[in-house]
Design a protein around this ligand. Structure first.
Ligand code: C2E
Ligand code: MG
Ligand code: MG
Length: 758
């Protein structure tokens, strides 16, 4: 409906009380004329209302009984006024006829019924019971005022005239009834979220009751005459009923859950009992003609103090409540939303619309910081917290205000983007990654931290929050596996990898017990002489159903779950037993290196385990070497004592995969180690000038620090030539031998030469 179409009938209907009021102000000198005009306007308005009721709400599809009784009420009102008009015109009487009184009163009875049925038909079962207190306060006040100012004087005035008493009393009593239902209706409508639809009706009846009260008061004290305030109020009330009827047929019923504050009455409702009770106090004092004595004075002051205190306590409670609900839905550290908030938001955005058959596109980004644990471990949790806050701020600053960001815990963040497709998601993911390009600067630190982002889309990848988060999680893991600092969309293939990961995790737990592990051995060779100078033990896992599973796949899972500790212990024991066996067989003594994981190092008890194992099996410590990756450099304070203890035992220590990770040359100097192993990625492409110069630098540094340098992954003679040129003496790789079972390597050791390859 256009605004114009709405305004015209509103103006038309409000025209009646306004012109009537103006006319009263300017010309109402003659009582007879005023009576004629008043009754005519009442009739005309009643007729228009009735017409609206019949034509606009022809066949109501809800609250039918309400409309039925409202029509009858208006009809009775119309009849009462038509009769009045006729009686003025025919008998010239200025008194409102008894017959009209009867119909007017009867009409109230039907309004009461109409409101009663409206409440019933609106189904108030779900309405909060909190408002009863307000209702009771208001009704007590209204009844008290009504008895004092209307009912009691009527009874006194009536002088035992029964008919007069009944008719006069029915007004305030029916009025109280309507008032009661009106307040109940008000709360029901507010709770159902359809207040706007009926607001004019509530207002109309409210004004009508006001008109009745004014009329009652005036007639008791003999001040009423036609054209008084009550007449203007009644006219306004009926014209509002007309407007309400007109609007009703044009407003859709869209009920919302919870209290609807679109009308902004929440505050008014809160202070309402205070206003009412203060008003009552004023009337009370007034009824005593403001004659205060010490008692009433004391009472009034205490009353005001108590009211003030209640108000303050109420306000404090409310702000506490707000704070609690803030805490319940926010992450305390970063101020972002939390998991609980995410679940409720997603319910609102997906599950509730889905019930109505609506599906809106949406993307869920699961963002995990790469290597955040390292920051926490090396710089402490305090610094970790600062970094998380800065990450939260940075995310907030890149993303549109409408996009909600949540912290799920730890270094996991979630971003919820409604109304978005795959392409737009990609753009946003790229922007986020770009923003992490510059370092976070705080205190004395300058940290660069990157995120890995997994993206799942609604509705393609899941229909509920659980499925969508799981899909984003799978995608995020994939982004991490693909080298971190990137993003990945979910797809069903990923699910397969993910399930494989879960299968591996479960199977790994049983692998030691079931004897599914064995050790393979790969010789380390003197590049000049071709003699075997050592052997690296490498774990192999053959699963009865899944077949052979590479350590590249299962070692990270074992590390993640902590199972690496048991596996590492098994590897160490098995390698030592093998050394012992070869010794007993009289093979030439050969140093065997065993790979250890950072998790084992961090236990602290690792050196003792090594010592006990050596003792138990009975081999010399100088036959054992421990290989550990550069990751130990994350926290040198923690690892240096472990390295020292190992060396004190007489065990050699080497840094594996050197050059790939965190090595800082400064730290290298401080580390109590014997050997560094150049990672094979540097030898993969020796034609690459940059890689060649890295190899040379590592060798220079190693040689300068007096460390032995071993090259990994030698696959051809060209690599050997280059290494020799750079003074690298030891290497291992497929060129000499792949990792092979113990009995096969035994043969090689026995011949103790790989010269045929050189
Ligand atoms: P790593 O300790 O650096 O082991 C060297 C890896 O390079 C081995 O892979 C080996 O088979 C492979 N390799 C050796 N020479 C060549 C070559 O010329 N060309 C190529 N392409 N590869 C070569 P593998 O056995 O698959 O082990 C992978 C990684 O798994 C190991 O890297 C090590 O970090 C880890 N790992 C293996 N066994 C254990 C273990 O018992 N404990 C722990 N904690 N980690 C282990
Ligand atoms: Mg190794
Ligand atoms: Mg290596």
């Amino acid at each position: 409906m256009t605004t114009r179409a709405k305004i015209v009938p509103t103006i038309f209907l409000l025209f009646f009380p306004i012109t009537y009021f103006l006319w009263l102000l300017l010309y109402s000198s003659d009582q007879w004329v005023t009576s004629i005009v008043t009754s005519s306007i009442f009739v005309l308005l009643g007729f228009i209302c009735l017409m609206f009721l019949w034509w606009r709400i022809k066949d109501p599809n809800e609250v039918k009984t309400f409309w039925f009784f409202l029509r009858i009420g208006i009809l009775l009102y119309l009849i009462s006024n038509v009769y009045w008009l006729i009686s003025i015109l025919t008998f010239g009487s200025l008194v409102y006829p008894n017959f009209s009184y009867l119909f007017w009163t009867l009409s109230y009875f039907f309004y009461l019924l109409a409101l009663f049925y409206l409440i019933k038909e609106l189904d108030s079962s779900r309405v909060s019971k909190d408002y009863y207190f307000n209702l009771v306060i208001f009704m007590i006040c209204a009844i008290a005022v009504s008895i004092h100012y209307l009912i009691k004087p009527i009874v006194t005035l009536s002088n035992h005239d029964v008919i007069f008493t009944i008719i006069s009393l029915s007004f305030p009593i029916l009025g109280l009834g309507i008032l009661f239902l009106l307040i109940r209706l008000y709360y029901i409508l507010r709770f159902k979220g359809s207040f706007k639809k009926y607001s004019l009706l509530v207002l109309a009846f409210g004004i009508q009751i006001l008109g009745d009260s004014v009329f009652g008061y005036q007639s008791i004290y003999g001040t009423y005459q036609i054209g008084s305030t009550s007449d203007v109020l009644w006219l306004t009330s009926y014209s509002l009923i007309g407007v309400f009827t007109f609007y009703y047929s044009h407003t859709s019923t869209k009920a919302r859950r919870g209290i609807d504050d679109s009308v902004g009455f929440l505050y008014l409702e809160k202070i309402f009992p205070y206003i009412v009770i203060s008003l009552l106090l004023l009337l009370l004092v007034h009824s005593y003609n403001w004659a205060f004595n010490a008692l009433s004075f004391g009472f009034t002051i205490i009353f005001i103090l108590i009211i003030t205190r209640m108000y303050i306590i109420n306000n404090r409670n409310e702000s506490l409540l707000k704070e609690y609900s803030y805490l319940a839905y926010h992450d305390q550290l970063t101020g972002l939303y939390n998991r609980a908030s995410f679940i409720s938001d997603l319910y609102g955005l997906i599950e509730r619309p889905a019930l109505r058959g609506i599906e809106k596109n949406m993307a869920i980004f699961l963002l995990d910081l790469d290597g955040f644990k390292k920051v926490n471990d090396t710089l402490g949790h305090f610094t970790g917290d600062i970094l998380l806050k800065m990450v939260a701020q940075r995310l907030r600053s890149v993303l549109d205000e409408k996009i909600r960001i949540y912290r799920l815990g730890g270094d996991e963040f979630l971003i919820l983007i409604p109304n978005i497709d795959e392409k737009q998601s990609e753009t946003i993911a790229k922007t986020v990654l770009q923003q992490f390009g510059s370092p976070f600067v705080f205190e004395h630190h300058e940290l660069t931290i990157t995120p890995s982002i997994g993206i799942s889309l609604y509705p393609e990848h899941g229909k509920d929050s659980e499925a969508l988060v799981k899909a984003a999680d799978v995608a995020m893991y994939h982004a991490k596996e693909k080298g971190k600092n990137n993003f990945h969309f979910f797809n069903s293939d990923l699910n397969r990898t993910f399930s494989r990961k879960i299968v591996i995790e479960t199977e790994l737990r049983k692998a030691i017990e079931n004897n599914e592990f064995i050790l393979f051995y790969q010789p380390k060779v003197n590049l000049k002489t071709g003699k075997i100078v050592g052997i690296e033990a490498l774990i192999r896992w053959t699963h009865p159903k899944l077949g052979s599973i590479s350590p590249v796949e299962f070692i990270p899972i074992a590390e993640e779950t902590g199972m690496i500790v048991d596996i590492g212990e098994w590897v160490l024991r098995t390698a030592c037993k093998q050394i012992k066996l070869w010794h007993e067989k009289g093979l030439p003594e050969m140093k065997v290196s065993v790979n250890a994981s950072l998790r084992q190092f961090q236990l602290g008890s690792f050196p003792r385990l090594v010592e006990e194992t050596l003792e138990l099996i009975g081999i010399s410590p100088d036959l054992l070497e421990i290989e550990i990756t550069e990751s130990i450099m994350q926290n040198v304070n923690e690892t240096i004592p472990v390295l020292k203890s190992l060396r004190a035992l007489g065990v050699k220590v080497s840094i594996d995969d050197f050059g790939t990770g965190y090595s800082s040359l400064y730290v290298l100097k401080e580390l109590p180690i014997d050997i560094i192993k150049i990672d094979k990625s540097f030898l993969d492409d020796i034609n690459d000038y940059k890689k060649r110069s890295v190899v040379k630098s590592i060798l220079d540094i190693g040689n300068n620090l007096g460390l032995e340098v071993v090259a990994e992954g030698i696959e051809n003679v060209k690599q050997i030539d280059l290494l020799l040129k750079y003074h690298c003496m030891v290497g291992q790789g497929y060129y000499f031998s792949k990792p092979i079972p113990a009995d096969e390597v035994e043969v090689l050791i026995n011949s103790n030469s790989m010269t045929s390859y050189l």
